[in-house]
Design a protein. Structure first.
Length: 117
């Protein structure tokens, strides 16, 4: 039971957990993605690299998983709204989102590690 509990409590890596440090301080990857163009060319380079990789990985997902992820994360629709639009059960939509998130974490982890160094 202790092994099972430890496995369940295992923390997955999130976008917010990754930090970029420069002479001005440290920024989370999420902060960098949301900065405007006035932040400088280095930040713009990181933004472009992260967005390009994200869209590349999104293209690898099955269409239904990609649609749920994009609608929820990028278009700010709730999972219930997506379920209603697609005529699907909410649990099906949640499952698709979870599969998409797991795949994205795995595929994006290499980029996160590169950005940390």
């Amino acid at each position: 039971n202790k092994i099972t509990d430890r496995y369940r409590k295992k923390k997955t890596e999130n976008l917010e957990d990754f930090v970029y440090e420069d002479e001005d301080g440290s920024f989370s990857i999420k902060d960098i993605l949301l900065m405007d163009d006035s932040a400088g060319p280095e930040v713009k380079m990181f933004q472009d690299e992260i967005w390009n990789k994200l869209f590349e990985v999104l293209d690898e997902l099955p269409e239904k998983q990609r649609l749920v992820y994009v609608e929820n994360e990028l278009n700010d629709k709730t999972l219930q709204e997506i379920a209603d639009e697609q005529g699907e059960n909410i649990k099906t939509i949640i499952s698709r989102k979870n599969y998409a998130m797991k795949y994205l974490r795995i595929r994006m982890s290499e980029l996160y590690r590169d950005l940390e160094n």
